[in-house]
Write a new protein. Sequence first.
Lengths: 339, 169
Amino acid sequence: MKISNKIIVLSVLTGLSSNNSFALGECGFACCLAGAATSGVTLAQNFGLSMQYEKMDMTTIRNGRNKISPDEAINRHWKPGSSYSIPTNMKMEKLTFIGALPINERWQMLGMLPYIRNNMDMRNKSSMGMVMDMKMDTLEGIGDATLMGLYTAYTDAPIRPTERLTLGIGLKTPTGKSDERNSKGSFIHAMMQAGSGSWDGLFSLNYMKAFYPLVLQGNLFYHLTTKGKEGYEFGDQLGYDLSARYQTGDYVNLGLEINGIHAFKDKDHDGKFTRLTSMPDTPDYTGLDSIFLSPTLQVKIPNSNGSIDFKYQRPIYQKVHGYQQVVDSRWQLSVTWGF
Amino acid sequence: MAIIRYLGFLVFFLSGLAFAEPVLIKELSQPAEIKLAPNFTLPDLQDKPFSNQQFIGKVVILHIWATWCEPCRQEMPILEQLQQQFPQLVILGIAEDSKASVEQFLKQTPLSFPILIDQYGKLLRDYKIKGFPTTYLIDKKGFLVNVAVGTIDWHDSKIINKINILSDK
């Protein structure tokens, strides 16, 4: 028997797959939560598989809502006799494997395992006032695996419902490395680590209303973080999303999403990652509010239960605590197959 | 890396399960409650409307399927053989598809019985369909007397007997 749930899962999946530490700051789990109404991974008779590639570019530095240049960011912090470093460019890539398994008519289990690759360029002004650009070593590895259960609290039909309410509860595990060190033996920035080192709770609420061929969704997502094994605790995150998806042709769905996130400040309980001479290593410079606008495109593969999804995100509002490098753009490409 | 090998094995194993031959149903179940089939009117590929009401007095096989469902695609030629064997039987294929998808499928698998388009799932909702394919046997009075979710072995004698019994009533 096929148990099909044309639900919000990919939204949860794409959000959950973002176990990259920095990504927790702005996109994290909540980013891209919306827009999964027609994800094929949850249409599976027996199970669904998805592979998702994601790339995030971060260049802009903000102070509050204001954009400032890298040199200005350095000069506001630099003092003679002390150096100061800022990130000038970050590229974060992630490849996530996702599996979805229906348990019964109401429950579905999801598992996600990301592989992360992060690159960061930095600018340093030395104690003598010399400015130098540096390219950090690429950091890559398996990220934090996530398990999530999705419960259909209400639906008016098992397949092609016009209304559905789904609750989610999950656990992010600390499978990714969170203690990578540089050549000097110091911990690499917490945000660059492949994992967070912590066991975190995940909670979601999704409401779907369909006026076929138009499907609307609203999502709420809460990521409850805990202290990692090295003492660093990323701030909790609240995500909220609205999405609309329209079937424009036999094989094409177009969509538009608004994805919002509120991230609380991080805490470095043991002080192992804090370096006040480095912007990305200052816990006070964490926590933010962002809103993204995201057009989406889904192409169904004819005569199959497969689809290709593409999403592009641009920020329309960003406000940060202190000084932070923020996401300039993000795009995702995924291939999904239901069996 | 061990994890990559593990993932590769997992995908291979699960793919093997996915492409395994479906288990054929050899016996039709009775619904929990024998009810009149909910009324529907759906268009065929020429936009001609078909309603279940017009088939009162005949035994109907209501077969809900989709072109993207591989077991469904495999079952359609068998249903065509059944239609040829029992011309008095009414077989209605309800496709949760667009017209274009069904037309594409029919180019490779011609069918003589009507295929009705339920692209946005109205019938699926009314009948609370839970999986593909789903088949209902409707008696001459319009009652849903049997149901099966999954691919049916239409050559099985028990299935053929059931159809014959309903047709003779």
